[in-house]
Design a protein around this ligand. Structure first.
Ligand code: NAD
Ligand code: DAU
Length: 354
C-alpha cells in the first residue's frame, strides 16, 4: 500500500507517545505511523491495543542511540516526518542515574537528527523533525505571577531538565547549521490515562485506592501547571501540520496547582468514586524529605500557540481529573500489569522473540 506520508513517532509506547500514535493512526489512515520504541520500563505496548492491528500502524523495537539502526529505519520506511518523544522522563530517576538521561536524551536525539539530515540531504522541502520538550528547561519561577515564554532563558536544574535542554539545543543547532527543518515545543506537566505510576497523579491514585501512604515532597508547596494529555496530543497534531520550522511553541493550559491542593482533590475524588466517607483517606498524606533541587514553580504562557495556530485546551481541570481518576479505577488490571512488571511480556506475545 502506498502511503501519503511516513511519520516516525519515537517513544510511542510511552505515556504521551501512545496518545499521539493513537490520534495519528485513527485520524490519518492514508499516512503510515511508525512507532519506534526501545521498550524501556516506561514503554508498554498494551497502551496501544486498540490500534495495533490497523494497516497504517507499524511497530519497530529499537534504541534511538543506535545510529546505524536509525539510518536503516529512515531508508526502510521512507520517513518524511519525525515526532520525537522518546526520552527518559522521570526527574527522580535522573537524580539517581544521570548517565542514562544524557545518553538517551542527548545522544539519542543527536543520532536521530543525524539520521534525518543524512536521509533528507538536498531535499528538506516538506520534511519536518519535531522535537517534544518540557517547560522544565526554563528552570523555576517564584510565586510572583510570571510565566515561562518562548523567550525565557534556559536554566535547567535537574539532570533530567539538563538533558532535555541539551537535546533542544542540538535540535536548534541542526536547524541553524544545516537548515534541517526542525521545531520544538515545550509543554507543562501532563496527566491522564496510561501514565506510568511513578509520576505523582497515577502513583497517588493507586496508593489511595490501596490505603498506602502518599509521600509529599517537602511541604507540598511546589506548583505545577497541568494539562490533559489528549490536549497535548491535539497540540502536537496542530504544530506538526501547521507549525513553522525553526520556531518554538509553548504548550500549557494556564492551570497552576500547588501539589498539596492537587493531592487533596485527588483524595476527595478517589474517596467519592470508591464510595468512602468524605476525607477517609486524608490520613495517608505523609510529608517526606524534599526532592533534591526541587523546582518551586512552573507556569507556561502558551498564548503564541493559541494566537498563531488557534489551539485551546478542551478540558477543564475538574473534568480532566474526574476522567483520569475514573480511568485508573476502571483499569486496575493495567495498573497491576505495570506494577508487577507483567506488561513487559506483551511484546513477546505480539511480536515473538525478536
Ligand atoms: P514516558 O517515560 O512515559 O515514555 C518514554 C518512552 O520512550 C517509553 O516508551 C520508552 O520505552 C521510550 N524510550 C526511552 N528510551 C528510549 C530509547 N533509547 N530509544 C527508544 N525509545 C526509548 O515519557 P512521557 O511522559 O510520555 O514523555 C514523552 C516525551 O514528552 C519526553 O520527551 C518528555 O521529556 C516530554 N514531556 C513530558 C511531559 C510529561 O508531563 N510527561 C511534559 C512535557 C514534555
Ligand atoms: O513539567 C513537565 C515535566 O513534568 C515533564 O517534563 C516530566 O517528564 C514529567 O515527569 C513531569 O515532571 P515533574 O517532576 O513535575 O512530575 P512528577 O509527577 O514526578 O512530580 C510532580 C510534582 O509532585 C513535583 O513537584 C514533585 C512532586 N511529587 C512527586 C512524586 C512522584 C511528590 O511530592 N511526591 C511524589 O511521590
Amino acid at each position: 500500500m502506498e502511503f501519503k506520508r511516513n511519520i516516525l513517532v519515537t517513544g510511542g509506547a510511552g505515556f504521551i507517545g501512545s496518545h499521539v500514535v493513537r490520534l495519528f493512526v485513527k485520524k490519518y489512515p492514508d499516512c503510515r505511523i511508525v512507532n519506534l520504541d526501545k521498550l524501556t520500563y516506561a514503554g508498554n505496548l498494551s497502551n496501544l491495543r486498540d490500534v495495533e492491528c490497523c494497516p497504517n500502524y507499524v511497530f519497530v523495537k529499537a534504541d534511538i542511540c543506535d545510529y546505524g539502526r536509525m539510518q536503516e529505519v529512515f531508508r526502510e520506511y521512507g520517513i518524511d516526518g519525525v515526532i520525537h518523544l522518546a526520552a527518559e522522563s522521570h526527574v527522580d530517576r535522573s537524580i539517581r542515574d544521570p548517565f542514562t538521561f544524557a545518553r538517551t536524551n542527548v545522544l539519542g536525539t543527536l543520532s536521530l537528527l543525524q539520521a534525518a539530515k543524512e536521509a533528507w540531504e538536498g531535499a528538506f522541502e516538506g520534511k519536518l523533525f519535531y522535537h517534544i520538550s518540557t517547560d522544565e528547561v526554563y528552570g523555576a519561577l517564584e510565586f510572583d505571577g510570571t510565566l515561562f515564554t518562548e523567550e525565557t532563558r534556559y536554566s535547567p536544574h535537574s539532570p533530567y531538565s539538563a538533558s532535555k535542554a541539551g537535546s533542544d539545543h542540538f535540535v536548534r543547532a541542526f536547524h541553524d547549521t544545516y537548515g534541517l527543518p526542525t521545531l520544538v515545543t515545550n509543554c507543562s506537566n501532563n496527566y491522564g490515562p496510561y501514565q506510568f505510576p511513578e509520576k505523582l497523579i497515577p502513583l497517588f491514585i493507586n496508593n489511595i485506592r490501596h490505603n498506602k501512604p502518599l509521600p509529599v515532597y517537602g511541604k507540598g508547596e511546589n506548583v505545577r501547571d497541568w494539562l490533559y494529555v489528549e490536549d497535548h496530543a491535539r497540540a502536537i497534531d496542530l504544530v506538526f501540520h501547521r507549525g513553522k520550522a525553526g520556531e518554538t511553541y509553548n504548550i500549557g493550559g494556564f492551570n497552576e496547582w500547588k501539589n498539596i491542593d492537587l493531592i487533596r482533590v485527588l483524595v476527595k475524588t478517589v474517596d467519592r468514586l470508591l464510595g468512602r466517607p468524605v476525607g477517609a483517606s486524608e490520613h495517608l498524606i505523609t510529608y517526606v524529605a524534599d526532592r533534591a533541587g526541587h523546582d518551586l514553580r512552573y507556569a507556561i504562557d502558551s498564548r503564541k500557540l493559541q494566537r498563531e495556530l488557534g489551539w485551546e485546551p478542551s478540558l477543564q481541570f475538574e473534568e480532566g481529573i474526574e476522567k483520569t481518576v475514573r480511568w485508573y479505577l476502571d483499569n486496575q488490571a493495567w495498573l497491576d500489569e505495570v506494577t508487577s512488571g507483567d506488561y513487559q511480556k506483551y511484546y513477546e506475545k505480539m511480536y515473538g522473540n525478536r
